[in-house]
Structures are given as C-alpha cells and as structure tokens.
Design a protein around this ligand. Structure first.
Ligand SMILES: C[S@@+](CC[C@H](N)C(=O)[O-])C[C@H]1O[C@@H](n2cnc3c(N)ncnc32)[C@H](O)[C@@H]1O
Length: 275
C-alpha cells in the first residue's frame, strides 16, 4: 500500500503539471521582416514570400501541441491512479470480473512478460504449483507449460466471473496442449490443499487486494512444502501496487525469508522461501 503522503504528492504533482501546461504562453507566430523594407512598411505585415516564414510557426505549433498532449496523458494517468488508490485504500473488494479481458491482453504481457515471471519465481519442470487469484488466466497457461507433463498447476480464484473466463480461455484451440491445469473456486483464507503438499504458490497483482494478509500467508505456509516458494509479483499500473519494501516486510512478518528480489519499479517479483 502506498502511504497517504505519497498519494498526496502524486496528486499535487499532477495538478502542478496541469497548471504549468495551461500557463504555457501562446507565442504569436514570428513575422520575419524582409531585408530592405522600410520601417513604415514593415509593421503592415506584408505577406512573406520566404517559405520558412510560413513553415516555422506551423512546426512550433505542432511541437507545442504534441508536448501538451503528452502532458495531458501523464496528468490523466496520475489523477486516475491517485483516485483509484484513494478509493482502494478505504474500499476493499476483488478486482471486478469485467476487467478480466484487460488483464489478459497481449499488451499487458508485453509490459509484464510471462517468461520473466516464470524465471523470477523459479518455476521448474515437475513442480506442483498453486496460483492464488488467477483471474482470467493471463499467466496460468504459461506456468502450466513451464512445469511440463510431470508437474501440475492449480488455478484458484474467489470470483465465479473470473473462473468462467479462464475456463473459456482453456477451451481455445491454442490451449488444447495443456492437460496439467486444474481450475478451482476458493479463497486464499482456506486453501483446499493438504498440509505441505505444494512446491510453489504464486500471486500476480493479487496479494494487496486481499484484506487479511497475515491470514493468507499463514495459509500459504501451511500448504507449502518445507523450503517451498512463495512468489509475489506486482505491476505499477495496478491500483493496489505496493513498494517492494512493503511486499518484503509483509512476507517477513508472515514468517517467510526473502530468497530473491528481482525487477524494477514498474514490475517486480519477490521470491520468498518457507524456512
Ligand atoms: C487484479 S486481479 C489479478 C488476476 C491475475 N493474477 C492477473 O494478474 O491477471 C486479482 C484477482 O485476485 C482474486 N482475488 C481477490 N481476493 C481473493 C481471495 N481472497 N482469494 C482468492 N482470489 C482472490 C480476484 O478475484 C481477482 O481475480
């Protein structure tokens, strides 16, 4: 969770950008005085025959418009983020199922590639893995392929609307090769698995959405084998995105030790191990 003072900084920054963009002076297009013209004639702004006189102001205008558009986009993004983060701070509810199609998009996977998440989490052939909060399945098939025929992936989510989407995705012809994936309805608070039965549990942009984190971590510890892995991945555009230090602190408080921290501000994974 991003602290309130940082949120206020974000909003102030957005407003500052906005007011600066508005304050930009609208310079009049320069009028070039042609050589030899008398002062009396020059202020009449006779039409110029020089090509550059006409092109330069247009170029300046385009650059200014481009700059202002970029500023507007940045400003909208910051305000949107600040508003959503404020809302999420006081209202905790699972990400609505209708955003499933945006989560499971090629555009998102370009920014947060599945191969990167697999590598950072340490998923390997033969592992038995649980994904908590699989959503519409943006990453699940990739993990299923990574563990191979000898491994198994369980995809769990609390919302029927999300489970419907991942099931539909798995019915698609391109996913018919996946035979080791089981979709399960359930809550992170009561995982339907035996004690010490899993090699890895992973969550992608989920952990901060769950109100009782201590209870979730306790349950994850229960189902993980000794030295089992918990991999938590976060992505900046998610309104619940926490600083990496928050994720590390919460994992440690939940009794895990940090095995690896990988990525950047935009998208990172913290890999924990059960001691
Ligand atoms: C932001 S979505 C992320 C989905 C997916 N991991 C992704 O990255 O595309 C969060 C998901 O976590 C699920 N979720 C929230 N709270 C949960 C809980 N207590 N137990 C299981 N799933 C939960 C939501 O239903 C939602 O599908």
């Amino acid at each position: 969770m991003i602290p309130l003072k940082d949120l206020i900084k974000l909003i102030t920054m957005a407003l500052e950008i906005f007011s600066r963009a508005r304050r930009q002076p609208q310079k009049p297009a320069p009028v070039k005085r042609s050589q030899g013209s008398s002062p009396a004639r020059s202020h009449k702004a006779a039409p110029s025959t020089n090509c550059c006189d006409r092109v330069a102001p247009v170029k300046g205008g385009l650059a200014r418009r481009f700059f202002r558009t970029i500023l507007a986009v940045v400003q909208i993004f910051i305000l949107y983020q600040a508003a959503l983060r404020l809302l999420r701070r006081y209202l905790k509810f699972p990400a609505p199922a209708f955003i499933g199609r945006f989560l499971d998009s090629g555009y998102r996977r370009r920014m947060q590639p599945p191969a990167l998440l697999i590598e950072r989490s340490g998923a390997q052939k033969g592992m038995t893995i649980l994904e908590i909060g699989c959503g519409s399945g943006a990453y699940t098939p990739w993990f299923a392929r990574a563990v191979g025929e000898t491994g198994r992936v369980y995809a769990l989510d609390i919302q029927p609307g999300m489970l419907k989407q991942i099931r539909r995705k798995l019915e698609q012809p391109e996913n018919q090769d996946i035979q080791n994936l089981q979709v399960t309805a359930g809550s992170a608070y009561e995982l339907p698995f035996e004690n010490e039965s899993l090699d890895m549990v992973y969550m992608v942009t989920v952990f901060q959405e769950i109100p009782d984190k201590a209870r979730t971590l306790k349950e994850v510890r229960r189902v993980l084998k000794r030295r089992g892995v918990l991999a938590i991945s976060e992505f900046l555009p998610d309104p619940d995105y926490p600083w990496v230090t928050t994720t590390v602190r919460m994992g440690k408080e939940g009794g895990f030790r940090v095995d690896d921290v990988n990525g950047n501000l935009w998208n990172y994974t913290v890999r924990f191990k059960k001691g």
